[in-house]
Write a protein that binds this ligand. Structure first.
Ligand SMILES: [Zn+2]
Length: 491
């Protein structure tokens, strides 16, 4: 398990170097190259799944360096055009300052930025106050719970995981569909795994390019982190995502506004499994306890629940707990179903309403097929601001509760105040979980996470050596990649 876990964290970072050494090493090893998503989906050995391959179409496209903080690429006139329009639209609030970073690579927020922050929460900064209702009326409130009763909102972050086939098979076998929050770096590193997400009938949202603390990045970096992830998903999976989740929940009105300008609704969570912490040494039994705690709240709430496809541990603990979740909650559905978002993308794919979904129609109409899906480098990627999106059943304007009890659907981007129950205290029922999350995001924890990441890197050298790479190449890569490895603490 340890070896697999390391592979998950390291392989995208390996690609990040995009170095001659990396590619030539793999060529020299003569690694088998999978040619399409269907072929990849048939592999269930984790080490085989994670072996490097290249989709030639995707390789011809320009993206930011993998695992590095994104910025607008030189000469990318399309991106500059979209970015200039967002800036001119006036949606970005000028009073919200960039938050201080705890480290040069933005893997944490400085304690000073946290402690000196105005307690009246002028920025609606979730990391500090769990605020989900923006102060700016131009930005829709966050989605963090399901509109439908007795429902577990099924979400998994940090994919596509290169070795997720067994887990995705499990979801298939149990007729489960989830909302998947994909990291742009991984979409580009593992395009066929990403294609399986859409062809399996899940819905896909953005989880940024490099998984940093978004409130610590500049406006342009925030834009590029979202833009290039969405563009990669469009080219690879054929859909334009209109939803995103901030890593670590780190969002404020500045970041929300840029996402809204790009047409993306911000999605958080109401309950947190903290499953990622198993990889940091938390006993699995503690995470099992977290799941049980969420199960015990089934008659009180319909939470969107945060879990991860980060590692074999996080995917495994869900599989272990699934039968108990099923006993506790009548419905286990993706956000599209529990919010009645039937048209999450501008493309012609229609997802089921809640009623249809629980009635057994779990697959979206007109979804792409795994035997034919292809990367399309010429796919037109044209984001439309949330405020300009029309039509019902979108993330900008969810269909609302079929039972009339919901209040979180948010209406539309221009009238966030319409939804009355969501407020700064709206996630108070999970405030202890939220506090725990926030604790885990503190600067010292982030440093710890980096430390453990570094310590696992030495093991990863072993792992790479064991897989046959020459020690010279591995050493070169080790130094190139140590800085690029995504820190251990994922949310
Ligand atoms: Zn994450």
């Amino acid at each position: 398990m340890k070896l697999t876990l390391i592979a998950l964290g390291l392989v995208p970072a390996l690609a990040a170097g995009s170095s001659f050494e990396y590619r030539s090493t793999h060529r020299a090893l003569g690694r088998r190259a999978v040619k399409n998503a269907a072929q990849l989906a048939g592999i269930t050995d984790a080490n085989q799944e994670c072996k490097w391959y290249e989709d030639k179409t995707l390789a011809g496209m320009n993206f930011p360096k993998q695992s590095h903080i994104a910025s607008i690429l030189d000469g990318d006139n399309d991106a500059w055009g979209v970015w200039n329009d967002i800036q001119k639209s006036g949606i970005i609030p000028s009073h919200v300052q960039v938050k201080g970073s705890a480290s040069a690579d933005h893997r944490g927020i400085s304690q000073d930025a946290q402690s000196s922050y105005d307690k009246s929460d002028p920025d609606c900064w979730w990391s500090n106050t769990q605020c989900t209702k923006p102060k700016s009326k131009k930005i829709p409130e966050d989605i963090y719970k399901c509109d439908e009763p007795d429902t577990w909102g099924l979400t998994f972050d940090d994919g596509p995981n290169c070795s997720h086939n067994e887990f995705y098979n499990f979801l298939q076998q149990n007729k489960l569909r989830a909302t998947l929050f994909y990291i742009g770096t991984y979409v580009v590193a593992y395009p066929y795994q990403a294609q399986r997400g859409i062809t399996d009938g899940h819905d896909i949202c953005v989880h940024t390019w490099s998984h940093r603390y978004m409130t610590t990045l500049s406006n342009e970096q925030v834009f590029a982190e979202l833009y290039y992830t969405a563009k990669a998903i469009k080219a690879v999976a054929g859909i334009t995502p209109r939803c995103w989740r901030p890593p670590f929940g780190d969002v404020d009105d500045r970041v929300r506004a840029i996402a809204a300008g790009l047409g993306m609704r911000t999605i958080l969570w109401q309950e947190d499994t903290d499953d990622w912490s198993i990889d940091e040494g938390t006993p699995r039994s503690k995470i099992v306890g977290n799941y049980k705690k969420i199960n015990s709240k089934a008659d009180q709430m319909s939470p969107i629940v945060l879990a991860h496809e980060l590692s074999q541990n996080t995917m495994g603990v869900f599989q272990q707990m699934y039968s108990s979740v099923k006993q506790a909650y009548k419905n286990i559905v993706p956000i599209t179903a529990c919010m009645n978002v039937t048209n999450p993308y501008p493309e012609d794919i229609t997802y089921s309403t809640f009623e249809d979904f629980v009635g057994g129609n779990i697959d979206p109409k007109n979804k792409p097929d795994i035997s034919t899906i292809k990367v399309d480098a010429s796919a037109s990627f044209k984001p439309v601001a949330l405020s300009k999106q029309t039509g019902k059943g979108s993330y900008a304007s969810p269909g609302g509760s079929s039972g009339g009890s919901g209040s979180n659907s948010g209406n539309n981007s221009a009238s966030s105040s319409a939804s009355s129950s969501a407020s700064n205290s709206s996630s108070s029922s999970s405030s202890s979980d939220a506090s725990n999350s926030t604790d885990s995001q503190s600067a010292s924890s982030a440093a710890d996470a980096s430390g453990s990441s570094a310590s696992s890197t030495s093991s990863s050298q072993d792992a790479a050596s064991a897989s046959g790479a020459s020690s010279l190449s591995v050493t070169v890569l080790y130094f190139t990649l140590t800085a690029a490895i995504v820190a251990g603490a994922f949310l």
